[in-house]
Design a protein around this ligand. Structure first.
Ligand code: ADP
Ligand code: MG
Length: 692
C-alpha cells in the first residue's frame, strides 16, 4: 500500500468536491478511502436508449422511465395519508407517480426538472407508479457525453447518483493509475477478463451494459478468489499443524454394533460413514461438518465414528446443547450399546455428585470410553485419558470457544460437527469453507412427508376437531407459540393463554405446557411424560425446536407462523413426521395473503426440502445478515453477492483450491504475484490469514 496522502488510502474527504459533510455520508456506505470509493460498484444499470416510452407502459410492468416533471402536488387522502404526486412527461405521454408518507419530497420536485423513475406500473383510475424509486437528473447535463447507460449505485440519503458520479469521475481521473493489477495474466486470459483499470473505468462509466457487467464479474471473481485462497490456505495449515492419531476401523466394536442395529443404514448414511472413516484413518485431523435434515439419522453415524475411536483405545465424546437432547441421545442408544464394552455414560449439569465423581475418574483413567453430555463436559475438572474424537451436535448452538474447549481436552482429536440446520451451499463454500462437508440427503425409509397447510384463524374449530380425531386414533399434537407472556404491543397469543384455551377446547384430553422460563428439569420431566404418551397435547414455545424426538406426535399447530423465519419453521416441523403415520403441520394466520410473510409461508407449505428452504431464507433475508463473514474471521465482501454470484463463487473456489494444492506455500515464481497481492490486501489484518 502507498503512504497516506496521495495513495488509494487517501481519505475521500480530500477529493475535490467532497468535504467533511459528504465524506460523512459516504462513510455510512462504508466508504472512507478513495480506494474504497473506486470499488463501490453499481447495483445495476439502466440503459436509457432501451427504456420504454411512457405511452407504451402496461400495468404490471417493472420499468424505468425518463421524463420531465410536468406538474407536482401534495394532498391528503381520504384516510388522511400524506400523498406527494408528480406528473412525468416524455415525448409519448404522461404518467403520474405518487408517494405516501414522504412529505419531504414536496420541496424536492420542480416543474421542468428531468427525472428517472423506476418501479412497477399499477392501475388506479389511470396508470400510476406508487412509491417508486427515483433520481432527479441534473439540469446542466454534465454527463451527457458519457453515453446512455446510467449506473444505479447503493446510495445513502442526501448523496445522489450525480454526487456519486462526480466523485467517481474525479477519483478515476486522479487515482486510477495507482490501482494495482491483482489477477494473474493467466487467469485474465483464461476468463477473458479486462485488466483492473479498464474494469473500473467501464464499471463506473460504461459504454454498454455488457462490458460493464463483464467488468463487475472480474471484480467479483477477484474478491471471491482471494477469499477462497484464504480458506484453502487455512485448511491446508489445519492439516499440517494439527497432526492427529490414526484411528482405523477394526470391527471389534463396530461389528457387534451393526449386528444389534434394528435397521440397515441408508445409502447416504453408508456414504457419510465412509467419508468420516476415511478422515479418521489418516494421520491428519478430521475437521468435518455433517449436515442432515432433522430425522435424517445423524446420531447413528456419529455413534459409528465414536465406536471406531474406541476400537483404537481412544475415547469419544458427544456434546449436545441441551440436557434434553443429551439425555435423548444417550437413552435412545443405551440399549444398543449395553453389552458393547465402552462403558458409555452421560454427564450433565444435574448429574449427582457421587456419580459425577465416578464418571470423572473413569474418564481420566480411561475406563469410560464413550461419554455423552452437555456443557458439563467442558468444565475444568473434566479430564480425559485419551480423547480421540469429539462430536458436537447442533453446532450452531455453540460458540467457537466452547467447541475449542472440548477439543483442547484431547491431543488433536478428530472433530465432527453436526447440524440439522441446512446450510445453503453458498455458505458451505464461504464461511464454512475450511471444513470438509458431508451431507445426509436421504431420510430413513418409511417416512411420509409432513402435509403442511396455511389455515385462517376462523377455521380453528375445524382444526381442533381434526386434532380430536387424531388423538382418538392414539396420536399426539404439539401447539407451538412464539412467546410465553402476553405482549399487548405485539398482539400475540401467549403460550399460557393458548394453554388455557386448549384445556377448555379439549376438556377430555391431557394437555401440558413447556416453555423457556421453566427449570430445565421441570421441562425435561414434561417432555418425558409427552414422550411416554401420558400427555395428548403439548403446548410449547420454541424450546422444542432442537432435536426432540416424539414418534407419536403427528400434528403440529403453529400460532403466528409469520413471526418465525423459514429455518426455524423447518426445525419445528421436523419434530413431527418421525413415525410411520401421516403427519400434519397447520399454520394459523389471522389474515391470509399478507405480503412477504404470506409468500414465505406458502413456500414453506410447498416443500419439505430443508436445503431449498435455507436457500430461500437467504434469498429473502439477503446474504449479508446471515453471512457474518467477520464473525468467522473472514473479510467482508464489498462487490460480490454470494447468492447472485454463486457460479463465479464455485469457479473461484475451484481455482483457488487448485492453486494451493499445487503450490501450498505459494512459493512458485508464477505465484509470487498472488502472494504479494494476498499480503497487501490483508496488510494490517494478518490475523485473518492465520489458522482459525
Ligand atoms: P437426526 O439426524 O435428526 O439427529 P436421529 O439420529 O435422531 O436424526 O434419527 C431419527 C430417527 O431415525 C431415530 O429414531 C433413529 O433411530 C432412526 N433411524 C436412523 N437411521 C435409520 C435407518 N437407516 N433406518 C431406519 N431408522 C433410522
Ligand atoms: Mg439429532
Amino acid at each position: 500500500m502507498l503512504k497516506k496522502g496521495g495513495g488509494l488510502d487517501t481519505p475521500v474527504q480530500f477529493l475535490k468536491g467532497i468535504g467533511p459533510k459528504r465524506a460523512a455520508l459516504l462513510a455510512k456506505l462504508g466508504i472512507e478511502t478513495v480506494g474504497q470509493l473506486l470499488f463501490h460498484v453499481p447495483k445495476r444499470y439502466v440503459d436509457r436508449s432501451k427504456t420504454l416510452p411512457i405511452r407504451r407502459l402496461a400495468p404490471g410492468d417493472e420499468v424505468t422511465v425518463f421524463g420531465r416533471i410536468a406538474a407536482t402536488g401534495s394532498r391528503r387522502t381520504k384516510t388522511y395519508k400524506q400523498l406527494v404526486s408528480c406528473l412525468v412527461r416524455d415525448e409519448s405521454g404522461m404518467i403520474e407517480a405518487v408517494w405516501f408518507g414522504r412529505p419531504d419530497l414536496k420541496d424536492r420536485f420542480r416543474t421542468g426538472q428531468e427525472i428517472m423513475v423506476s418501479g412497477k406500473v399499477t392501475l388506479y383510475r389511470q396508470k400510476q407508479f406508487v412509491n417508486p424509486s427515483f433520481e432527479l437528473l441534473e439540469q446542466n447535463n454534465e454527463f451527457s457525453g458519457t453515453g446512455a447507460i446510467i449506473p444505479v449505485y447503493p446510495l445513502t440519503e442526501g448523496f445522489s447518483v450525480w454526487n456519486m458520479r462526480r466523485a467517481m469521475r474525479t477519483a478515476l481521473g486522479k487515482y486510477l493509475s495507482l490501482v494495482p493489477e491483482t489477477l494473474t495474466r493467466e487467469i485474465l486470459r483464461h476468463y477473458d477478463f479486462p485488466d483492473i483499470r479498464t474494469a473500473l473505468e467501464t464499471i463506473h462509466f460504461p459504454k454498454d451494459v455488457d462490458s460493464a457487467l463483464r467488468g463487475r464479474e472480474r471484480l467479483v471473481y477477484d474478491e471471491l478468489f482471494y477469499l477462497e485462497l484464504v480458506l484453502a490456505l487455512r485448511r491446508q495449515r489445519y492439516a499440517e499443524i494439527r497432526k492427529g492419531t490414526r484411528l482405523a476401523q477394526t470391527g471389534e466394536l463396530t461389528d457387534p454394533f451393526c449386528k444389534r442395529l434394528k435397521f440397515t443404514l441408508t445409502r447416504a448414511q453408508e456414504r457419510v460413514v465412509s467419508e468420516i472413516l476415511g478422515d479418521m484413518g489418516q494421520e491428519k485431523c478430521m475437521n468435518r461438518l455433517l449436515q442432515g435434515d432433522v430425522g435424517s439419522g445423524k446420531t447413528v453415524v456419529a455413534l459409528y465414528a465414536m465406536l471406531v475411536a474406541c476400537e483404537n483405545r481412544a475415547q469419544a465424546a458427544m456434546m449436545a446443547p441441551t440436557e434434553i437432547l443429551a439425555i435423548q441421545n444417550f437413552q435412545a442408544w443405551a440399549q444398543t450399546l449395553a453389552d458393547i464394552e465402552v462403558n458409555a455414560r452421560i454427564l450433565t449439569g444435574s448429574t449427582r455428585q457421587a456419580e459425577r465423581r465416578e464418571i470423572l475418574e473413569g474418564l481420566e483413567a480411561g475406563s469410560v470410553r464413550m461419554i455423552f453430555g452437555t456443557h458439563a463436559l467442558i468444565e475444568e475438572g473434566v479430564k480425559f485419558s485419551k480423547l480421540g474424537l469429539v462430536v458436537v451436535d447442533e453446532q450452531h448452538r455453540f460458540g467457537v470457544m466452547q467447541r475449542a474447549a472440548l477439543l483442547n481436552k484431547g491431543l488433536n482429536p478428530d472433530f465432527l460437527v453436526m447440524t440439522a440446520t441446512p446450510i445453503p451451499r453458498t455458505l458451505t463454500l464461504t464461511v464454512y469453507g475450511d471444513l470438509d462437508v458431508s451431507v445426509l440427503d436421504e431420510k430413513p425409509p418409511g417416512r411420509k412427508p409432513v402435509k403442511t397447510q396455511v389455515v385462517p384463524e376462523s377455521r380453528r374449530d375445524k382444526v381442533y376437531g381434526f386434532i380430536e380425531q387424531r388423538i382418538e386414533a392414539g396420536e399426539q399434537a404439539f401447539i407451538v407459540c412464539p412467546i410465553i407472556e402476553e405482549s399487548e404491543k405485539l398482539d400475540l397469543v401467549s403460550a399460557i393463554q393458548t394453554y388455557e384455551k386448549a384445556q377448555v377446547a379439549f376438556p377430555n384430553r391431557r394437555v401440558g405446557m413447556v416453555h423457556g422460563r421453566m427449570k430445565s428439569s421441570e421441562r425435561g420431566e414434561l417432555m418425558d411424560r409427552f414422550r411416554r404418551k401420558e400427555l395428548d397435547i403439548l403446548v410449547a414455545t420454541t424450546v422444542i425446536e432442537v432435536g426432540v424426538d416424539v414418534p407419536g406426535a403427528t400434528v403440529m399447530v403453529i400460532e403466528h407462523p409469520e413471526r418465525f423465519g423459514l429455518a426455524q419453521l423447518h426445525q419445528l416441523r421436523g419434530r413431527i413426521g418421525r413415525g410411520k403415520r401421516s403427519s400434519y403441520c397447520i399454520l394459523f394466520v389471522s389474515r391470509p395473503g399478507l405480503g412477504e410473510s404470506s409468500e414465505r409461508l406458502k413456500f414453506f407449505a410447498g416443500t419439505t426440502d430443508g436445503f431449498a428452504l435455507a436457500e430461500k431464507d437467504m434469498e429473502l433475508r439477503g446474504p449479508g445478515e446471515i453471512l457474518g463473514t467477520r464473525q468467522h474471521g473472514l473479510p467482508d465482501l464489498r462487490v460480490a453477492d454470494i447468492v447472485q454470484d454463486k457460479d463465479v463463487l464455485t469457479q473461484a473456489r475451484q481455482d483457488a483450491f487448485r492453486l494451493v494444492e499445487l503450490d501450498p506455500a505459494l512459493e512458485r515464481p508464477e505465484n509470487a504475484f498472488v502472494r504479494t497481492t494476498l499480503k497487501s490486501r490483508y496488510s494490517g489484518r494478518e490475523e485473518l490469514l492465520r489458522v482459525g
